[in-house]
Write a protein that binds this ligand. Structure first.
Ligand code: SIN
Length: 309
């Protein structure tokens, strides 16, 4: 029997697979469907103070290598999720509330009320690339530190941070120091690779409407960037801060690679949108077969064990 359960910041997850915030997790129906599915947790859409319709459509486009989106944080507003969270806990798996904000001051307001609803963990999203005129906070270390220090006292459950991809070791180090000073209990990386552009050759147009066609890239093509970030932060913290690996997971082998790089759990976005909730059972079967073939009995046994040459 292969053990695919995992523990993040003291919270036990029956399996290491979950949805990435954003994928099929806005409405109560969607969140309950995640509760009934093979996912090991329920992750809410990143919530803002007020409900949002999000950006104009088309705002998601899938293509063979992955996806591009500029959803613009469509969500029901934090009060609705605060009401929902106690009911979502009946599914017997952790609930992760994802908190965003259109301004710095929004984060502590949302966090305080959401924390009172007692999700199992709270993820602070510092990395949405899709709000016109609002740069990703995670690329600004000083603002990131201020937001995290303001939000930390409002949160009594484990607090994590959803990070954007970084592309240079200097930036991993700067952000690592910020996170080390802010009492972060877990990390989630990466958010989509922001501000990519996909062209429809036939029509000679962009493929999504917001921001002149610029949007966050996800899916298969971003896996190496995601793996590099998981590995870099795993090494920076010597494996002591648990990491949720997100980005580029399509098959069980991708999950195995994330775990080898240091992930304690994984999230799926594009493949969940494209394939539906059955993806969790497929990935579980594929990862189980890989671990059995390699003689591992649990994900714990291979976590972080990527060898360097
Ligand atoms: C979006 O709603 O635009 C995506 C959210 C995110 O990338 O954090």
């Amino acid at each position: 029997m292969i053990d695919l359960s995992t523990t993040i910041a003291g919270v036990r997850f029956p399996s290491c697979f979950m949805n990435a915030s954003g994928a099929l997790c806005v409405t109560q129906d969607e969140l309950e469907a995640l509760g009934k599915s093979g996912a090991g947790a329920i992750v809410t859409k990143s919530m803002t103070v007020e409900p949002r319709q999000g950006n104009p459509v088309p705002r998601y486009h899938g293509f063979p290598g992955g996806s591009i989106n500029s959803m613009g944080l469509p969500n029901l507003g934090y009060r609705a999720y605060a009401e929902m969270i106690p009911h979502l806990k009946r599914f017997g798996k952790p609930v992760i509330a994802s908190v965003a904000g259109l301004g710095e001051e929004d984060f502590p307001i949302i966090a305080e009320v959401i924390n009172a609803a007692q999700p199992d963990l709270i993820e602070v999203n510092l990395s949405c690339p899709n709000i016109p005129g609002k740069p990703q906070i995670g690329y600004d270390p000083e603002t990131s530190e201020r937001v995290l220090k303001n939000v930390r006292p409002k949160i009594s459950v484990p607090m994590g941070v959803k990070l954007p991809p970084y592309f240079d070791p200097a930036h991993h180090e700067i952000m690592g120091k910020v996170l080390g000073r802010c009492g972060v209990d877990f990390l989630n990386m990466i958010n989509s690779v922001g501000n990519g552009l996909v062209v429809d050759l036939e029509r000679e147009t962009v493929v999504i409407k917001p921001k002149g066609g610029f949007g966050g890239l996800g899916g298969r093509l971003i896996k190496p960037v995601a793996l590099a970030n998981v590995r870099a932060f795993y090494k920076l913290f010597a494996g002591k801060i648990p990491i949720i690996g997100t980005g580029g997971i399509v098959e069980g082998s991708d999950v195995f690679e994330h775990i080898l790089c240091g992930a304690s759990a994984i999230q799926v976005g594009t493949v969940l949108v494209e394939e539906g909730l059955e993806v969790f059972d497929r990935l579980e079967a594929e990862l189980t077969a890989i671990l059995m073939g390699k003689g591992y009995r649990s994900i714990q046994e291979c976590r972080g064990r990527l060898q360097e040459l």
